[in-house]
Design a protein. Sequence first.
Length: 211
Amino acid sequence: MGPSVDKAFLTLGTKPVLAYSLHAFERCPDIDGVILVARKDRIEAAWGMVQMFGFSKVKKVVQGGAARQDSVFNGLTEVEDSVSIVAVHDGARPCVTPELISETIRSAKRYGSGVAAAKVTDTTKEVARGYVVARTIDRSKLWAVQTPQTFRVQLLKDAFARVKKKRAKVTDEASAVELLGKEVRLVPSSWANVKLTRLDDLPLVAALLKT
């Protein structure tokens, strides 16, 4: 949709996209508190939405950064010392369920990590340039990673410290933990946990949410 579009605040049915995700976290019994990370120019709107829909678990709204890793780092610095597990979720995935959130938390408590992911079922091609197929990739070993991505807090803090030290660019939290050489555990999810990326995703997401 382009960098100028804040997908989390698009209206879907009667609510902003972000409100559906927050509603799932509000209903999840394993979630004690939420730190909402938003663009600087959306912080006031975010607080207004929290109050409008009564999201009592949202404790703070903090300013995000230029990239996902910067935003997650900003949120992570606001986590209280008493917290042992943190779940990172993309507000543009409004179809997340309380059950999936809980599954990732259980995995993180047991293994240190729990990352929602769906097994790739389509035949997948690698393209070196243009639209010319370079090779077919064995899909039996491929998973499409989603969110929530849930970790023991100290593990994720150590991972982001390594990212900062190496000045690395990572596209998700699992990649940061991989830089530490630590095992990342997947939690089987559904393709219904779709990320709102293109305009033509809107009807699909609306149908899944039954808005």
